[in-house]
Design a binder for this molecule. Structure first.
Ligand code: ZN
Length: 459
């Protein structure tokens, strides 16, 4: 048993965990803020660092692949044999901006170790996903000279910007990225129980602008004869839902399919906890929404349409008798399986256009969109992840359905046509906030988890 390839790999990882962490700091020092053009060269430098590390480890075809946005990094090792599965390992190396900078105890790109925690921007979101997979590869390769499965790595540089050019990129490289499963390693959990994402919702964001007269007018001179754009905003916004919260956009629910039994069981199991947590976070006792569904269903398994902001007319103190020239609002719609964001964007546009009249001009602009997705939580691939955690941590991972959106998951499912499983490889907190940290007591276990997963996939 001690001489098995798995044990040899784990032994290598355990012997090198200190040097792994030292090396991790070099990647953390590169300020790869993907959303800020001022850091363009640093983003590329981070991509180049990863390519160089891949080459050092014996990962083949290591290269930067250009996108229309930030560079992606690819590498593979495909010598496990034709019968062995091929896994596509995904993480992102771009990081969130760092402001407010004065709230950081130590600078965000000067990794600092305090009380067993490593502080740096991106340390858990998501350079950890990149680095832990590379160290798992290194451990298995150094110990055995080969891997039990074929692996492909794809590391993104624009996740924190919403992956705007990744769908076209994946389409263009679909043959190169072909695999049996995509493993998403983005973030992790904030306590000592590892976490698997079970679902994400898709999203469509849009803005509606309504134009009336050429300039703001006096309501005394023109009230009653000029159509007021804010009235139209109120009319459209008021028509989005019925009194119980059902969305009134024609055809909006047409493609929604009921969640699987396994996912439904997850919703049920987490229902009480989800309500308690929501009460704490919102300060509300009573919640809202379509009464035909439970809280857990409404929060993760049903689509939404929320107005995020309304503008128009005078917002200052006291009265001002203005008849505004324009008004508008912004919406975000969260989508669930198997809604198509393009279809929903069309239906929303048609709904707004149905209010068209001779006296106002209505403009709809779709701002962004992404697919909803469910990830694997049962079956052999999910079991390979669950057992990797269970063996390492002595307990099963927490599976959580999410109400938010991770665009890349739907892209892998829809463009590559492969299943996706989530495997978080970080323990810590403050992602997207000052003083992001990784609790290093769990760094080794996360490398172990990634190693176990490769061997579990080979069985
Ligand atoms: Zn992330």
């Amino acid at each position: 048993m001690n001489n098995s390839p798995l044990q040899a790999s784990l032994a290598y990882a355990h012997d090198h965990v200190e040097s792994f962490i030292e090396q991790y700091k070099a990647l953390l020092r590169i300020p790869s803020i993907g959303a800020d053009p001022a850091y363009r060269d640093d983003v590329r430098r981070a991509a180049e660092w990863i390519v160089a590390e891949m080459e050092r480890l014996g990962i083949e075809n290591a290269q930067i692949l250009e996108t229309k946005g930030q560079p992606a990094v690819y590498g593979d090792w495909l010598h496990a044999g034709r019968d062995a599965p091929t896994v596509l390992l995904y993480a992102h190396y771009d990081v969130q901006p760092v402001d407010p900078l004065d709230l950081w105890i130590t600078p965000p790109f000067a990794p600092d170790l305090r009380e067993g925690k490593l502080f740096a921007r991106g340390v858990i979101d998501d350079k950890s996903g990149v680095f832990v997979h590379l160290k798992a590869f290194e451990s298995v390769m150094s110990a055995n000279g080969r891997l039990p499965v074929n692996v492909k790595f794809i590391f993104e540089g624009e996740e924190e910007s919403g992956s705007p050019t990744m769908e076209a990129f994946i389409e263009a490289h679909s043959a190169l990225l072909a695999a049996d499963v995509a493993v998403i390693s983005d973030g992790g959990s904030s306590d000592d129980t590892p976490r698997m994402m079970a679902s994400v919702r898709g999203i469509v964001t849009a803005e509606v602008n309504i134009h009336g007269p050429a300039r703001d007018l006096h309501s005394g001179s023109f009230g009653g004869v000029v159509h007021n754009p804010t009235h139209m905003v109120g009319k459209i916004v008021g028509s989005l839902h019925d009194d119980e919260g059902r969305i009134q956009i024609p055809g909006f629910y047409d493609e929604v399919v009921p969640v699987s039994d396994a996912q439904q069981a997850l919703i049920k199991a987490n229902e009480a906890n989800a309500i308690a947590q929501a009460r704490e976070e919102t300060g509300l006792e009573t919640f809202w929404g379509v009464p035909d569904y439970t809280f857990g269903e409404r929060a993760t398994a049903r689509p939404t349409c929320d107005v995020n902001g309304i503008y128009g007319g005078y917002q200052g103190r006291g009265a001002k008798t203005v008849l505004p020239a324009e008004a508008g609002f912004k919406v975000s719609m969260r989508l669930v399986d198997n809604q198509d964001p393009t279809d929903i964007a069309k239906k929303f546009t048609a709904f707004v256009s149905s209010f068209a009249c001779d006296t106002l001009q209505l403009d709809v602009e779709v701002l962004s969109s992404s697919w909803p997705a469910e990830t694997l939580i049962s079956g052999p691939i999910a079991r390979a992840v669950i057992e990797a955690y269970t063996t390492t941590w002595g307990k099963a991972p927490r599976m959580e359905r999410g109400g938010g959106s991770v665009p890349i998951i739907g892209m892998f499912q829809h463009v590559l046509g492969i299943p996706v499983v989530s495997m978080g490889l970080a323990q810590g907190s403050n992602a997207h906030a000052p003083n992001e940290f990784y609790d290093l007591a769990y760094f080794g276990p996360n490398v172990d988890t990634a190693i176990h997963f490769l061997f579990n996939m080979a069985c």
